[in-house]
Design a protein around this ligand. Sequence first.
Ligand code: CA2
Length: 141
Amino acid sequence: MKILVINGPNLNMLGIREPAIYGSQTYNDLIEMIRLEADKMGVETEFVQSNHEGDLVDAIQSAYNRCDGIIINPAAYTHTSVAILDAVKSVGVPTVEVHISDPDTREEFRKLSYIRLGCIATVKGKGFAGYIEALHILAGK
Ligand code: CA2
């Protein structure tokens, strides 16, 4: 089983600012944590982080006929991007949306998620552990 893990804009800044919301661990810590758990499960992983919407669309399309699942935190594009929702729908690869914080308890504009409409599940407000939960959701499919 191969899972593509995609992180959107500014998540490369994890651990550098806003530790009260996103914790003090870095993006590299996140990748290592996911890789460790995936190895234990016998799941192959691939990681993409980009600050650019089109790159995220390209990454999603790259999973077509190649990956068994996608874990995606589109970050701010969650609340704006129909293109990312359409990409997820177009590849037909089971996708889990993850958010480190719980956007529903923050500003009003974070309550709308376009990508949710194309996902089999959403995990939010569980910190980095949300990505591990997403791995298990996809592995259980
Ligand atoms: O909670 C999440 O995972 C979010 O997807 C994070 C996004 C935010 O726009 C979503 O509403 C919820 C923001 C990611 C920004 O990451 C930072 C990391 C370190 C310092 C500042 C921002």
